[in-house]
Write a protein that binds this ligand. Structure first.
Ligand code: SDX
Length: 403
């Protein structure tokens, strides 16, 4: 234990690096991407422009954004033989399992970007050629994230895949590929496209959450970014993290009518149930994203019609916010509490919601990955220590002498 500082289990309150990307003040409920308040970006920016900001550190000029946009959209196409790969999934495989697997699989396509083939310092060299390869992997991952997500959706429906269209926005192209009305009927709905774009922007990054830490832990071995992002996607899949938006809807459905809320609250207080969508490791007053999501929900419901679960969600929210149990534990709605209601109103199946978290979060994972690759002094593999509390030295006992 000499010289080791033991952080509580699960990295609680442990700073493992310095970052210029996202700032969170958990007590004041503040979230800024590269210094810009999330409230301003949500209204004035777009997910793809914010992606550029998070990854490269400044808001792009018109020309810079055009190049970035065109590269991402150009690289959203998937090799046609990857379609057979997707067809190998059972139709009812969880879409997050499909995303995680497909991201790792796709990484094998790009040998020019494979550090084990091109030299382990490929991403840390920092010269123009390797930066260009890094950028291309970034364009590919952001572009293909929507296409993989759409393919996972179509597998679930037993429908043919849709080639990413040209001329639509990043979110519009995604909705086009997903569209369950069939492409001939597809008419971009600006309100729904904008709502999804705001949700993508809000989910783009969140400092060193479990999945970003997973990407960096994995990336620190200098594996390629597709593999590191696949690892992050696996972490996000869990119900304590990105899987919470799906868990919220299942929770609301299980509660049913608003009059059942008090009984549910009591069950939570007895620790028989978890109030999904509430609480946060960092935010101890409020998650600023939840207010923007809540407002976006009202915009969406004007188009899709009000979701009957909204009354239950609002009753649950109001009951929890004035209950001593939750107040004492500083539990408030997080980004996941309201977002599932929007996805449900937009017609996505419940288990697809975490995919709608993963697609935009690819941006944040890549921002942290790129920052680590280019950090001064190069990359050190992440290798935490432990405090050993197991048995002392003991000798082997042959099986016949064991009781
Ligand atoms: C995301 O890290 C990030 O930034 C994540 C994220 C991102 O953008 O990447 O913000 C996205 O993952 C949001 C969180 C989504 N998860 C959920 O909504 C699942 C429900 N939430 C809880 O599981 C929990 O709040 C966590 C996992 C989010 C946080 O867990 P912590 O940090 O261990 O919780 P805590 O230490 O703050 O808990 C304090 C107390 C404990 O009670 P006591 O044991 O002290 O009596 O509050 C209790 C907890 O048991 N508690 C809850 C609760 N969350 C915490 N009790 C009931 N319901 C809850 N939701």
């Amino acid at each position: 234990e000499k010289g080791l500082r033991v952080s509580d289990k699960g990295f609680l309150n442990t700073a493992v690096l310095r970052s210029e990307i996202t700032f969170i003040d958990g007590d004041a409920g503040v979230l800024r991407y590269r210094g810009y308040p999330i409230e301003q970006l949500a209204v004035q920016s777009s997910h793809l422009e914010t992606a550029y900001l998070l990854i490269y550190g400044s808001l792009p000029s018109k020309a810079q954004f055009q190049v970035f946009h065109d590269e991402v959209m150009h690289h959203s196409v998937i090799h046609s033989d990857a379609e057979q790969f997707f067809r190998s999934f059972r139709y009812d495989a969880h879409p997050m399992a499909m995303m995680t697997t497909a991201l790792a699989y796709l990484g094998s396509y790009y040998s020019e970007a494979n550090p084990s083939l091109q030299g382990q310092n490929l991403f840390t060299r920092g010269d123009a050629a390797s930066l260009a390869i890094m950028d291309k992997q970034i364009y590919r991952l952001i572009g293909k994230a929507t296409t993989l997500a759409a393919m996972a959706y179509r597998v679930r429906q037993g429908r043919e895949f849709v080639t990413p269209p040209t001329g639509l926005s990043y979110t519009g192209s995604f909705l086009y590929q997903m569209d369950h009305l069939g492409q001939e009927n597809y008419a971009p709905n600006p309100v729904l496209e904008k709502a999804l774009d705001v949700l993508f922007l809000l989910h783009a990054d969140h400092e060193l959450n479990a999945s970003a830490t997973t990407v960096l832990q994995t990336g620190s071995s200098l594996v390629d970014p597709f593999s590191a992002v696949a690892a992050g996607c696996a972490s996000l899949y869990g119900p304590l993290h990105g899987g919470a938006n799906e868990a919220v809807i299942r929770m609301l459905i299980s509660i049913g009518k608003p009059e059942n809320v008090p009984a549910f609250i009591e069950a939570v207080k007895k620790r028989e149930k978890v109030l999904s969508g509430f609480g946060h490791r960092v935010y101890k007053t409020s998650d600023p994203r939840s207010f923007i999501v809540r407002k976006t929900a009202d915009e969406v419901f004007k188009i899709t019609g009000r979701d009957d679960l909204l009354d239950t969600a609002m009753a649950l929210h109001d009951a929890a916010m004035k209950d001593e149990y939750f107040i004492k534990r500083k539990l408030a709605p997080n980004v996941d509490f309201w977002s599932g209601l929007i996805y449900r109103a937009m017609g996505f199946p419940n288990d697809y919601f975490p995919v709608l978290f993963a697609v935009p979060r690819v941006v944040g994972w890549l921002a942290h990955w790129r920052q680590m690759m280019l950090q001064s002094g190069g990359v050190k593999i992440w290798r935490p220590r432990q405090i050993y509390v197991g048995p002392g030295k003991r000798d082997y006992v042959p099986v016949d002498e064991r009781i």
